[in-house]
Design a protein around this ligand. Sequence first.
Ligand SMILES: [Fe+2]
Ligand SMILES: [Fe+2]
Length: 259
Amino acid sequence: MKILYIGDTVASAGRAIVKQYLKNLQEEFKIDLTILNCENAAAGFGVTPKIADELFDWGVDVLTSGNHIWDKKEILPYLTRHPRILRPANYPPDNPGRGLTIFKTRNGDEEVAVLNLQGRVFMVPIDDPFRTGDIELAKIPKHIKVIFVDMHAEATSEKVAMGWYLDGRVSAVIGSHTHVPTADETILPKGTAYLTDAGMTGPFDSILGVARNEVIERFLTQIPVRFESASQDARLNGVFIDVDSSTGKATKIERIQRK
Ligand SMILES: [Fe+2]
Ligand SMILES: [Fe+2]
């Protein structure tokens, strides 16, 4: 099973580069399953039903997210209604939506599970992602071997810990949220592909996707400013993972960047 994961897609610049490269990447890597983190897709803050529909139409199979998923209120009923858009599973259980989805891939014969978790270090104090991970993984029928985890977290240590915690129990643990790609891709000893952060898909002439001057002004003055998304130097950051479908173990992980 060949999986493409596209990191936090930011605003119109990020969506445009996804549209430009997605089909090519799917053909080049013979992709069976495409996952994209959509938490910043709508002008940097959250995602709207229209944008989510568009991303699905372009060929994304699952949308994962993170702390920004709650920014656009119109997405809340969509989260409840649509089984393939995820919010981190360890938010309070009565929040709209879900953090785990199980489905058959487009070619129809392989069942996969995708789980979204969020860290707590330097982030909102939600439930324990490790314990929630155990609870969610226990819901996946035993015959499903291919399991992908998007670990949305600020602290590198928390993401590395999750990789080792889930090694051998899932096919991949890929980090999101920091918008800066890391170069530590590896396959852990028990077969889990791991990368601390896939990085942002969006405008790199920016500060994590936001117009530079506004962020610098906020650091200088400590006065809240309205953040506008940047638009220049769009790059797509993601990762390719090949998984042995019979065992669920990863056989290859490769970072992808397109400009
Ligand atoms: Fe993000
Ligand atoms: Fe985030």
